[in-house]
Design a protein. Structure first.
Ligand code: GTP
Length: 209
C-alpha cells in the first residue's frame, strides 16, 4: 500500500506512472438512483458498472455504491452511482446522506407496474424536500422494457409526466443484452450534462484510483 508520498511502505520507489496517477485528481459525479423497490435500480447500476445483468439480487439495504470511470471530452471522470433502497424501512436514517453533493438524480419506474409510476411524485417530493435545486439534472427511466407483453405504463403517459417535470425520458431494460448500449448511453448523457455545465464548480474532486 502506498504512503502517498511517492514511496512504498518498504521505502522502495514507485514507478513514476503510478505516482502521477495517484496525484491526478479525477472528478467525481455523484448520481443517485431512486424509485420503488423492485423496479431494477440495482440491475441498472450493475449493468452499467459491471457490464452485465446480475443473476441474483436482493433488496438493497441503505445504499450500495458502484463506480465507473468514463472519458468525457478527453477527460477521465468517475461516475459514482448510489443505488438506494426502495423499501422505506431500509432507507430511514440514510436519506439525508443520499442528497449531499448530488450531481444528478435518476428516477426509475417499472414499465410493467403502474404503482411504481404513480409513486414517482413521492420520489420527486423527497428530492424537493432535500433542497435539490433545478440545476441538478433529473432523468426518468422506465425499466423492464423487455417484458413487452406486460407493459402497463405507455410511452405516451410517461412522456407527458417527463415533460411536466422537465426530465428526459429513457425506456430501457437492464436485462436485455441488446439494450446494454442504451443503459450505457443513459449514464453517459448524465455525465455529459454535468461536464457541459461548468463541471468544475459543481463536481467534487476525488483521488484517482
Ligand atoms: N425482466 C426484467 N427484470 C428485471 C429488470 N431489471 C431488474 N429486473 C428484476 O427485477 C427484480 C428487482 O431488481 P432490483 O435491481 O433488485 O430492484 P431494486 O429497484 O434495486 O430493488 P430495491 O433494492 O428493493 O430497491 C429482480 O428480480 C431483477 O432480476 C429488467 O430490465 N427486466
Amino acid at each position: 500500500m502506498s504512503t502517498g508520498s511517492g514511496s512504498t511502505e518498504e521505502g522502495k520507489p514507485q514507478a513514476a506512472s503510478a505516482v502521477i496517477e495517484r496525484q491526478v485528481q479525477k472528478r467525481i459525479f455523484k448520481i443517485i438512483v431512486i424509485g420503488d423497490s423492485n423496479v431494477g435500480k440495482t440491475c441498472l447500476t450493475f449493468r452499467f458498472c459491471g457490464g452485465k445483468f446480475p443473476e441474483k439480487t436482493e433488496a438493497t439495504i441503505g445504499v450500495d455504491f458502484r463506480e465507473k470511470s468514463v472519458e468525457i471530452n478527453k477527460e477521465l471522470v468517475k461516475l459514482q452511482l448510489w443505488d438506494t433502497a426502495g423499501q422505506e424501512r431500509f432507507r430511514k436514517s440514510m436519506v439525508q446522506h443520499y442528497y449531499r453533493n448530488v450531481h444528478a438524480v435518476v428516477f426509475v419506474y417499472d414499465v410493467t407496474k403502474v404503482s411504481s409510476f404513480e409513486n414517482l411524485p413521492h420520489w420527486i417530493g423527497e428530492c424537493d424536500r432535500h433542497n435539490l435545486t433545478s440545476e441538478v439534472p433529473r432523468i426518468l427511466v422506465g425499466n423492464k422494457c423487455d417484458m413487452k407483453e406486460r407493459v402497463a405504463v405507455s410511452t405516451n403517459m410517461a412522456q407527458k409526466f417527463a415533460d411536466l417535470h422537465s426530465m428526459p425520458l429513457f425506456e430501457t431494460s437492464a436485462k436485455d443484452n441488446h439494450k446494454a448500449n442504451h443503459v450505457e448511453a443513459i449514464f453517459l448523457t448524465i455525465a455529459h450534462k454535468n461536464k457541459d455545465k461548468n463541471g468544475t464548480s459543481r463536481s467534487i474532486k476525488g483521488l484517482g484510483c
